[in-house]
Design a protein around this ligand. Sequence first.
Ligand code: PLP
Ligand code: COI
Length: 347
Amino acid sequence: MSEIDYSKRSFNYYPTNAIVFSKCVGNRWSAPEVTNDFNFSLHCFAGVFHYAPSCFEGMKAYRGVDGRVRLFRPDENALRMESSARYLDMPAPSVEMFIDMCVKCVQENWDCIPPYESGASLYLRPVLFGINPQLGIKSAADVMFAVMCSAVGTYSGAKSLVPGAAVLSRNYDRAATYGSGGYKLGANYAQSLHAYNLAHKMGYRELLFLDSATHSHIEEFGSSNFFAIKHGCYITPNSPSVLPSITNKSLRKVAEEFGLKVERRTIFIDELETFEEVNSCGTAVVITPISRIDDKVTLESGTITREYRYGDVCGPVSEKLYKRIVGIQNGTEEDNYGWCMFVNDPK
Ligand code: PLP
Ligand code: COI
Protein backbone atom coordinates (compact mmCIF):
# COMPACT_ATOMS: atom_id res chain seq x y z
CA MET A 1 0.00 0.00 0.00
CA SER A 2 1.22 3.48 -0.85
CA GLU A 3 1.75 5.77 2.18
CA ILE A 4 0.62 8.83 0.26
CA ASP A 5 -3.12 9.45 0.10
CA TYR A 6 -3.36 10.29 -3.60
CA SER A 7 -7.15 10.46 -3.41
CA LYS A 8 -6.80 13.86 -1.65
CA ARG A 9 -4.69 15.37 -4.40
CA SER A 10 -5.79 18.21 -6.63
CA PHE A 11 -4.18 19.44 -9.86
CA ASN A 12 -0.88 20.79 -8.58
CA TYR A 13 2.84 20.33 -8.76
CA TYR A 14 3.97 17.59 -6.38
CA PRO A 15 7.65 16.58 -6.30
CA THR A 16 8.76 13.61 -8.37
CA ASN A 17 12.10 11.87 -9.03
CA ALA A 18 13.30 13.13 -12.37
CA ILE A 19 12.69 14.90 -15.66
CA VAL A 20 13.87 14.01 -19.17
CA PHE A 21 15.19 16.61 -21.62
CA SER A 22 16.90 17.10 -24.95
CA LYS A 23 18.11 20.21 -26.80
CA CYS A 24 17.97 20.91 -30.51
CA VAL A 25 20.87 23.19 -31.38
CA GLY A 26 21.77 23.87 -35.02
CA ASN A 27 19.00 21.42 -36.06
CA ARG A 28 20.59 18.48 -34.18
CA TRP A 29 18.86 16.92 -31.22
CA SER A 30 21.04 15.82 -28.32
CA ALA A 31 20.55 12.38 -26.80
CA PRO A 32 17.78 12.62 -24.16
CA GLU A 33 19.09 13.00 -20.62
CA VAL A 34 17.50 12.17 -17.28
CA THR A 35 18.16 14.50 -14.38
CA ASN A 36 16.96 15.08 -10.85
CA ASP A 37 17.94 18.74 -11.13
CA PHE A 38 14.61 20.49 -11.72
CA ASN A 39 16.22 23.85 -12.56
CA PHE A 40 17.19 24.76 -16.12
CA SER A 41 20.12 27.04 -16.75
CA LEU A 42 19.16 29.33 -19.65
CA HIS A 43 20.62 32.40 -21.30
CA CYS A 44 18.77 35.55 -20.21
CA PHE A 45 18.23 36.46 -23.88
CA ALA A 46 16.62 33.09 -24.63
CA GLY A 47 13.53 33.76 -26.75
CA VAL A 48 11.22 32.09 -24.25
CA PHE A 49 11.75 34.95 -21.77
CA HIS A 50 10.80 37.61 -24.31
CA TYR A 51 8.54 36.64 -27.21
CA ALA A 52 7.12 33.37 -25.82
CA PRO A 53 8.19 30.79 -28.43
CA SER A 54 6.78 28.11 -26.17
CA CYS A 55 4.26 25.30 -26.47
CA PHE A 56 3.37 22.34 -24.30
CA GLU A 57 1.25 19.22 -23.97
CA GLY A 58 -0.73 17.54 -21.22
CA MET A 59 -1.24 13.81 -20.91
CA LYS A 60 -1.65 11.25 -18.15
CA ALA A 61 -0.16 7.86 -17.22
CA TYR A 62 -2.90 5.75 -15.62
CA ARG A 63 -2.30 2.76 -13.37
CA GLY A 64 -5.04 0.37 -14.42
CA VAL A 65 -7.19 -2.06 -12.48
CA ASP A 66 -4.78 -4.77 -13.70
CA GLY A 67 -1.78 -2.89 -12.24
CA ARG A 68 -0.47 -2.07 -15.72
CA VAL A 69 0.40 1.50 -16.72
CA ARG A 70 -1.15 3.09 -19.81
CA LEU A 71 -0.65 6.29 -21.77
CA PHE A 72 -3.73 7.51 -23.65
CA ARG A 73 -3.18 8.34 -27.33
CA PRO A 74 0.35 9.80 -26.89
CA ASP A 75 0.77 9.94 -30.69
CA GLU A 76 -2.01 12.55 -30.78
CA ASN A 77 -0.16 14.72 -28.27
CA ALA A 78 3.05 14.36 -30.28
CA LEU A 79 1.29 15.44 -33.47
CA ARG A 80 -0.35 18.39 -31.71
CA MET A 81 3.03 19.54 -30.39
CA GLU A 82 4.41 19.25 -33.91
CA SER A 83 1.60 21.47 -35.15
CA SER A 84 2.14 24.03 -32.34
CA ALA A 85 5.86 24.15 -33.15
CA ARG A 86 5.08 24.56 -36.85
CA TYR A 87 2.90 27.56 -35.98
CA LEU A 88 5.83 29.03 -34.03
CA ASP A 89 8.26 28.11 -36.87
CA MET A 90 10.57 26.25 -34.55
CA PRO A 91 11.94 22.68 -34.39
CA ALA A 92 9.88 19.92 -32.79
CA PRO A 93 10.72 16.40 -31.63
CA SER A 94 9.58 13.61 -33.93
CA VAL A 95 6.54 11.58 -32.83
CA GLU A 96 8.87 8.71 -31.93
CA MET A 97 11.20 10.91 -29.86
CA PHE A 98 8.24 12.57 -28.12
CA ILE A 99 6.73 9.22 -27.11
CA ASP A 100 10.09 7.68 -26.11
CA MET A 101 10.84 10.59 -23.78
CA CYS A 102 7.35 10.44 -22.25
CA VAL A 103 7.79 6.72 -21.63
CA LYS A 104 11.21 7.38 -20.10
CA CYS A 105 9.72 10.03 -17.83
CA VAL A 106 7.02 7.61 -16.63
CA GLN A 107 9.60 4.89 -16.01
CA GLU A 108 11.93 7.22 -14.08
CA ASN A 109 8.98 8.21 -11.87
CA TRP A 110 7.44 4.75 -11.59
CA ASP A 111 7.04 4.90 -7.81
CA CYS A 112 5.14 8.21 -8.15
CA ILE A 113 2.32 6.70 -10.24
CA PRO A 114 -0.79 6.71 -8.04
CA PRO A 115 -2.57 3.42 -7.38
CA TYR A 116 -5.71 2.60 -9.36
CA GLU A 117 -8.00 2.89 -6.33
CA SER A 118 -7.00 6.52 -5.67
CA GLY A 119 -8.53 7.79 -8.93
CA ALA A 120 -5.40 9.94 -9.33
CA SER A 121 -2.86 9.70 -12.16
CA LEU A 122 0.60 10.80 -13.19
CA TYR A 123 0.19 13.96 -15.27
CA LEU A 124 2.91 14.43 -17.89
CA ARG A 125 3.84 17.90 -19.02
CA PRO A 126 6.00 17.93 -22.17
CA VAL A 127 7.26 21.47 -22.90
CA LEU A 128 9.10 22.88 -25.93
CA PHE A 129 10.63 26.36 -25.88
CA GLY A 130 13.19 28.60 -27.58
CA ILE A 131 16.60 28.80 -25.92
CA ASN A 132 18.92 30.64 -28.29
CA PRO A 133 19.88 34.19 -27.28
CA GLN A 134 18.06 36.69 -29.49
CA LEU A 135 16.84 40.25 -29.42
CA GLY A 136 15.05 40.74 -32.73
CA ILE A 137 11.58 39.30 -33.10
CA LYS A 138 12.39 35.98 -34.71
CA SER A 139 11.30 32.41 -34.26
CA ALA A 140 13.53 30.30 -32.05
CA ALA A 141 16.28 28.47 -33.93
CA ASP A 142 17.30 26.31 -30.98
CA VAL A 143 14.88 24.71 -28.54
CA MET A 144 14.69 22.58 -25.45
CA PHE A 145 12.19 19.75 -25.15
CA ALA A 146 11.58 18.49 -21.62
CA VAL A 147 9.10 16.07 -20.11
CA MET A 148 8.20 16.47 -16.44
CA CYS A 149 5.39 15.05 -14.36
CA SER A 150 3.28 15.39 -11.22
CA ALA A 151 0.89 12.93 -9.57
CA VAL A 152 -2.45 14.71 -9.58
CA GLY A 153 -6.11 14.36 -8.67
CA THR A 154 -9.07 16.24 -10.12
CA TYR A 155 -8.53 19.61 -11.79
CA SER A 156 -11.20 21.43 -9.82
CA GLY A 157 -10.10 19.99 -6.50
CA ALA A 158 -13.67 18.71 -6.03
CA LYS A 159 -14.59 15.03 -6.29
CA SER A 160 -14.95 13.73 -9.84
CA LEU A 161 -18.22 14.60 -11.55
CA VAL A 162 -19.18 17.28 -9.00
CA PRO A 163 -20.60 20.12 -11.12
CA GLY A 164 -19.36 23.71 -10.83
CA ALA A 165 -20.50 27.08 -12.16
CA ALA A 166 -19.04 28.94 -15.14
CA VAL A 167 -19.37 32.48 -16.43
CA LEU A 168 -19.25 33.72 -20.02
CA SER A 169 -16.20 35.85 -20.70
CA ARG A 170 -17.80 39.04 -22.04
CA ASN A 171 -14.82 41.38 -21.53
CA TYR A 172 -11.82 39.21 -22.39
CA ASP A 173 -11.03 36.92 -25.32
CA ARG A 174 -8.82 33.85 -25.26
CA ALA A 175 -7.93 33.70 -28.94
CA ALA A 176 -8.25 35.96 -31.95
CA THR A 177 -10.25 34.82 -34.99
CA TYR A 178 -7.12 34.28 -37.08
CA GLY A 179 -4.90 33.72 -34.05
CA SER A 180 -3.22 30.90 -32.20
CA GLY A 181 -6.18 29.38 -30.30
CA GLY A 182 -5.98 26.09 -32.20
CA TYR A 183 -2.43 25.47 -30.96
CA LYS A 184 -1.26 24.66 -27.46
CA LEU A 185 0.94 27.71 -26.88
CA GLY A 186 1.87 29.03 -23.45
CA ALA A 187 0.89 32.47 -24.78
CA ASN A 188 -2.78 31.43 -25.07
CA TYR A 189 -2.89 30.72 -21.35
CA ALA A 190 -1.12 34.00 -20.47
CA GLN A 191 -3.93 35.68 -22.39
CA SER A 192 -6.54 34.14 -20.10
CA LEU A 193 -4.86 34.56 -16.68
CA HIS A 194 -6.28 37.96 -15.73
CA ALA A 195 -9.82 37.05 -16.86
CA TYR A 196 -9.58 33.81 -14.87
CA ASN A 197 -8.48 35.62 -11.74
CA LEU A 198 -11.53 37.88 -11.99
CA ALA A 199 -13.87 34.92 -12.57
CA HIS A 200 -12.39 33.00 -9.63
CA LYS A 201 -12.76 36.06 -7.39
CA MET A 202 -16.45 36.11 -8.34
CA GLY A 203 -16.68 32.48 -7.20
CA TYR A 204 -16.79 30.78 -10.61
CA ARG A 205 -14.93 27.58 -11.25
CA GLU A 206 -14.73 28.05 -15.00
CA LEU A 207 -14.63 30.74 -17.63
CA LEU A 208 -16.30 30.15 -20.99
CA PHE A 209 -14.82 32.11 -23.89
CA LEU A 210 -16.78 33.40 -26.89
CA ASP A 211 -15.65 33.90 -30.48
CA SER A 212 -13.62 37.08 -30.55
CA ALA A 213 -15.14 38.50 -33.76
CA THR A 214 -18.81 38.63 -32.78
CA HIS A 215 -19.11 37.47 -29.16
CA SER A 216 -22.18 35.58 -30.28
CA HIS A 217 -21.09 31.96 -30.06
CA ILE A 218 -19.38 29.56 -27.68
CA GLU A 219 -15.71 28.66 -28.15
CA GLU A 220 -14.26 26.83 -25.15
CA PHE A 221 -13.29 27.03 -21.50
CA GLY A 222 -9.83 28.32 -20.66
CA SER A 223 -8.79 24.84 -19.51
CA SER A 224 -10.85 22.57 -21.72
CA ASN A 225 -13.36 22.08 -24.54
CA PHE A 226 -17.12 22.54 -24.28
CA PHE A 227 -19.69 19.88 -25.09
CA ALA A 228 -23.42 19.66 -24.51
CA ILE A 229 -26.08 16.97 -24.71
CA LYS A 230 -29.50 17.63 -26.23
CA HIS A 231 -32.14 15.29 -27.70
CA GLY A 232 -29.67 12.41 -28.10
CA CYS A 233 -26.98 14.64 -29.66
CA TYR A 234 -23.41 15.31 -28.56
CA ILE A 235 -22.82 18.92 -29.58
CA THR A 236 -19.45 20.67 -29.55
CA PRO A 237 -18.18 23.87 -31.22
CA ASN A 238 -16.29 23.73 -34.49
CA SER A 239 -13.84 26.60 -34.71
CA PRO A 240 -10.20 27.04 -35.80
CA SER A 241 -9.54 29.07 -32.65
CA VAL A 242 -10.56 26.20 -30.33
CA LEU A 243 -7.84 23.77 -29.22
CA PRO A 244 -8.42 20.38 -30.90
CA SER A 245 -8.89 18.35 -27.72
CA ILE A 246 -7.86 14.71 -27.78
CA THR A 247 -10.42 13.96 -25.06
CA ASN A 248 -13.19 15.59 -27.09
CA LYS A 249 -12.12 13.70 -30.23
CA SER A 250 -12.24 10.42 -28.26
CA LEU A 251 -15.59 11.29 -26.66
CA ARG A 252 -17.10 11.89 -30.08
CA LYS A 253 -16.24 8.27 -30.98
CA VAL A 254 -17.60 6.98 -27.68
CA ALA A 255 -20.77 9.06 -28.14
CA GLU A 256 -21.33 7.37 -31.51
CA GLU A 257 -20.86 3.97 -29.84
CA PHE A 258 -23.74 4.91 -27.52
CA GLY A 259 -25.94 5.85 -30.48
CA LEU A 260 -25.69 9.61 -29.97
CA LYS A 261 -25.62 11.86 -33.01
CA VAL A 262 -22.45 13.96 -33.04
CA GLU A 263 -22.63 17.58 -34.16
CA ARG A 264 -19.58 19.85 -34.48
CA ARG A 265 -20.98 23.24 -35.31
CA THR A 266 -21.50 26.82 -34.26
CA ILE A 267 -23.30 27.12 -30.93
CA PHE A 268 -24.95 30.50 -30.46
CA ILE A 269 -25.28 31.77 -26.87
CA ASP A 270 -29.09 31.51 -26.96
CA GLU A 271 -28.83 27.77 -27.51
CA LEU A 272 -27.41 27.39 -23.97
CA GLU A 273 -31.01 27.59 -22.80
CA THR A 274 -31.93 24.40 -24.64
CA PHE A 275 -29.14 22.04 -23.45
CA GLU A 276 -29.91 19.16 -21.11
CA GLU A 277 -26.30 18.61 -19.97
CA VAL A 278 -23.19 20.76 -20.30
CA ASN A 279 -19.59 19.75 -19.57
CA SER A 280 -15.99 20.74 -19.92
CA CYS A 281 -13.66 18.03 -21.22
CA GLY A 282 -9.91 17.62 -21.44
CA THR A 283 -6.99 15.67 -20.02
CA ALA A 284 -6.83 17.60 -16.75
CA VAL A 285 -10.59 18.06 -16.25
CA VAL A 286 -11.54 14.65 -17.80
CA ILE A 287 -15.31 15.37 -17.96
CA THR A 288 -16.36 18.01 -15.47
CA PRO A 289 -20.06 18.87 -15.42
CA ILE A 290 -21.20 22.47 -15.45
CA SER A 291 -24.06 23.23 -13.09
CA ARG A 292 -24.79 26.76 -14.32
CA ILE A 293 -23.51 29.26 -16.84
CA ASP A 294 -23.98 32.93 -16.01
CA ASP A 295 -24.00 35.59 -18.68
CA LYS A 296 -23.47 39.07 -17.26
CA VAL A 297 -24.82 41.42 -19.91
CA THR A 298 -24.23 45.14 -19.62
CA LEU A 299 -27.23 47.24 -20.62
CA GLU A 300 -27.78 50.99 -20.35
CA SER A 301 -29.72 50.34 -17.16
CA GLY A 302 -26.87 48.32 -15.63
CA THR A 303 -25.64 44.73 -15.65
CA ILE A 304 -28.11 41.87 -15.67
CA THR A 305 -27.24 38.20 -15.21
CA ARG A 306 -28.89 35.56 -17.37
CA GLU A 307 -28.53 32.13 -15.81
CA TYR A 308 -28.52 28.85 -17.70
CA ARG A 309 -28.96 25.95 -15.28
CA TYR A 310 -28.03 22.28 -15.80
CA GLY A 311 -28.46 20.80 -12.33
CA ASP A 312 -26.28 20.01 -9.35
CA VAL A 313 -25.51 16.44 -10.36
CA CYS A 314 -23.82 15.10 -13.47
CA GLY A 315 -26.33 14.29 -16.24
CA PRO A 316 -26.92 10.61 -17.10
CA VAL A 317 -25.49 10.74 -20.64
CA SER A 318 -22.35 12.58 -19.50
CA GLU A 319 -21.86 10.07 -16.69
CA LYS A 320 -22.06 7.20 -19.18
CA LEU A 321 -19.48 8.89 -21.41
CA TYR A 322 -17.25 9.51 -18.38
CA LYS A 323 -17.39 5.89 -17.26
CA ARG A 324 -16.53 4.61 -20.73
CA ILE A 325 -13.58 6.95 -21.37
CA VAL A 326 -12.11 6.59 -17.88
CA GLY A 327 -12.72 2.83 -18.13
CA ILE A 328 -10.68 2.63 -21.34
CA GLN A 329 -7.90 4.64 -19.67
CA ASN A 330 -7.71 2.44 -16.59
CA GLY A 331 -8.46 -0.93 -18.14
CA THR A 332 -11.94 -1.61 -16.75
CA GLU A 333 -13.46 -1.18 -20.23
CA GLU A 334 -12.34 -2.74 -23.47
CA ASP A 335 -10.08 -0.51 -25.56
CA ASN A 336 -11.53 -1.42 -28.97
CA TYR A 337 -9.67 1.43 -30.63
CA GLY A 338 -6.12 0.62 -29.48
CA TRP A 339 -5.94 4.05 -27.86
CA CYS A 340 -3.85 2.95 -24.88
CA MET A 341 -0.14 2.36 -25.01
CA PHE A 342 1.31 0.18 -22.25
CA VAL A 343 4.45 1.32 -20.45
CA ASN A 344 6.69 -1.42 -19.07
CA ASP A 345 7.88 -1.49 -15.48
CA PRO A 346 11.56 -0.43 -15.75
CA LYS A 347 12.65 -2.99 -13.13
N1 PLP B 1 -8.81 23.37 -24.47
C1 PLP B 1 -7.85 23.94 -23.73
C2 PLP B 1 -7.75 25.42 -23.74
C3 PLP B 1 -6.97 23.15 -22.99
O1 PLP B 1 -6.02 23.71 -22.25
C4 PLP B 1 -7.11 21.76 -23.02
C5 PLP B 1 -6.17 20.90 -22.30
O2 PLP B 1 -5.28 20.33 -22.85
C6 PLP B 1 -8.13 21.20 -23.79
C7 PLP B 1 -8.96 22.04 -24.49
C8 PLP B 1 -8.33 19.72 -23.82
O3 PLP B 1 -7.41 19.07 -24.67
P1 PLP B 1 -7.02 17.57 -24.38
O4 PLP B 1 -8.27 16.80 -24.33
O5 PLP B 1 -6.19 17.20 -25.57
O6 PLP B 1 -6.28 17.54 -23.11
C1 COI C 1 -4.57 19.62 -19.89
O1 COI C 1 -5.73 19.28 -19.72
O2 COI C 1 -3.68 18.78 -20.04
C2 COI C 1 -4.18 21.02 -19.97
O3 COI C 1 -3.12 21.31 -20.44
C3 COI C 1 -5.08 22.05 -19.42
C4 COI C 1 -4.48 22.88 -18.36
C5 COI C 1 -5.51 23.77 -17.81
C6 COI C 1 -3.90 22.09 -17.25
